[in-house]
Design a protein around this ligand. Structure first.
Ligand SMILES: Nc1nc2c(c(=O)[nH]1)N[C@H]1C(S)=C(S)[C@@H](COP(=O)(O)O)O[C@H]1N2
Ligand SMILES: [Mo]
Length: 383
């Protein structure tokens, strides 16, 4: 594999992995992509029908190993809150559960969603469009915990550390991400330290027993297996913050950080599948096209649907916005009368900030934020 190269004596490890590799357009899927795809999984698009994604169907992305927490020890899991605070806290799960809790319905999406459709293709988890899910998360508002600890005036960021651990560019490290103090303390969207998903303890792959939930943010911000929150007086420069998750077109530029979820609409593939030809099959006549749309920047205000590969667009009907669920997807539908032949179906979301999904791919080296519209090839059979 050409993804490993020696680091010599400088590092304690005999190799470094090379993030940000871009596959040669001629190159087939690599073993590292197969290894990633074998442990992570997406949402089957037919499950877009559910308001809240059923257990096991929410997408999963883990960078390292899923930490093992013996069931009998979950209540003893401790979260520390320290750094630039007046009173450092150590809270076990029982203590966290005894604090006032809130539940937020949140649509979460991996920043790498859409990566596998890019040309050239960045070598990483090869998502098509399915790295998304919606859950009801219950926990303690982060701002309440920070207020309890007492934020020092010179604190600028909160750094979140997970219990999982791996190697990035030859250096052993924990999974860590930060939020600015303003984002961490915001009332809307309100960041949660969550211990329940859909009314039950978090499943192992979703962060058991504790995770961060940052509504509106791409997945990487929702730190799983959360064990420490440290307030710092300088911006955090860790790997997952300053090196990975940057919009870069060349390897050396610093790049803008990956933050909020770009708008996206997905259609539930109509009819039934012919996986070998990557086509959906429908019978002629009236059909209801439906799906979900979301944006982590502002509420979705418009979904347009095309049944002729983007030549013409029609407004879809959006389900009424549910005030209590501002950070979860909205249902939409449109009607179509299918006529025999080949068709390409597309849907396009626009949010309240006026940002619309692009019709050409927004390429970058990491393959982040590719919210290019979905295209569904359909064959309509003869009557
Ligand atoms: N500790 C830790 N937190 C993590 C990750 C991780 O690898 N380790 N992956 C992040 C990424 S990139 C995503 S997209 C989301 C996925 O959350 P889910 O698996 O619950 O859908 O978790 C985030 N939180
Ligand atoms: Mo992700």
């Amino acid at each position: 594999m050409n993804s490993r190269s020696p680091v010599g004596k400088a590092g304690s490890l005999a190799y470094v992995s090379t993030p940000g590799r871009v596959a040669d357009p001629e190159e087939g899927i690599s073993l590292e992509e197969l290894a990633l795809a074998a442990r992570n999984h997406g949402l089957p698009l037919e499950a877009l029908r559910y308001d809240v994604t059923p257990p096991g169907l929410h997408y999963v992305l883990v960078h390292y190993d899923i930490p093992y927490v013996p069931p009998a020890e979950a209540d003893m899991w401790t979260l520390t809150v320290r750094g630039r605070v007046r009173t450092p806290l150590t809270l076990d799960l029982t203590a966290l559960r005894s604090l006032p809790s809130v539940t937020h319905r949140v649509t979460m999406e991996c920043a790498g969603n859409g990566r596998a459709r890019l040309t050239p293709r960045p070598v990483s988890q090869p998502w098509l469009v399915e790295a998304v899910g919606t859950a009801d998360w219950t926990g303690v508002p982060l701002r309440r915990l920070l207020a309890e600890a007492g934020v020092e005036p010179d604190a600028v960021e909160a750094v979140f550390t997970g219990a999982d651990h791996g190697v990035e560019r030859g250096v052993e490290q924990d999974y860590q991400r930060s939020l600015t103090l303003a984002d961490a303390m915001a009332a809307d969207p309100e960041v949660l330290v969550a211990y329940e998903m859909n009314g039950a303890p978090l499943p192992p792959q979703h962060g058991h027993p504790l995770r961060l939930v940052a509504p509106g943010w791409y997945g990487m911000a929702h730190v799983k297996w959360l064990r420490d929150i440290t307030l710092t007086d300088t911006p955090f420069a860790g790997f997952q913050q300053a090196v990975a998750y940057r919009y870069r077109r060349t390897p050396d530029e610093p790049g803008d950080p990956v933050t909020r979820i770009e708008p996206r609409a997905l259609m539930i593939p109509p009819g039934f599948p012919d996986f070998m030809s990557r086509t959906r099959v429908v019978h002629p006549g009236p059909l209801r096209l439906s799906g979900r749309a979301w944006s982590g920047r502002a509420p979705v205000t418009k979904v347009e649907v095309s049944t002729d590969d983007g030549d013409s667009w029609e407004l879809a009907e959006l389900a009424p916005s549910d005030d209590g669920h501002a950070w979860s997807w909205r249902r939409w539908h449109a009607s179509w009368t299918a006529a025999p032949g080949h068709h390409t179906l597309t849907a396009r979301a626009t949010d309240a900030e006026g940002t619309a999904q692009p019709l050409t791919q927004p390429w970058n080296r990491g393959g982040f934020g590719n919210n290019l519209v979905q295209r569904i090839p359909v064959i309509c059979l003869e009557p």
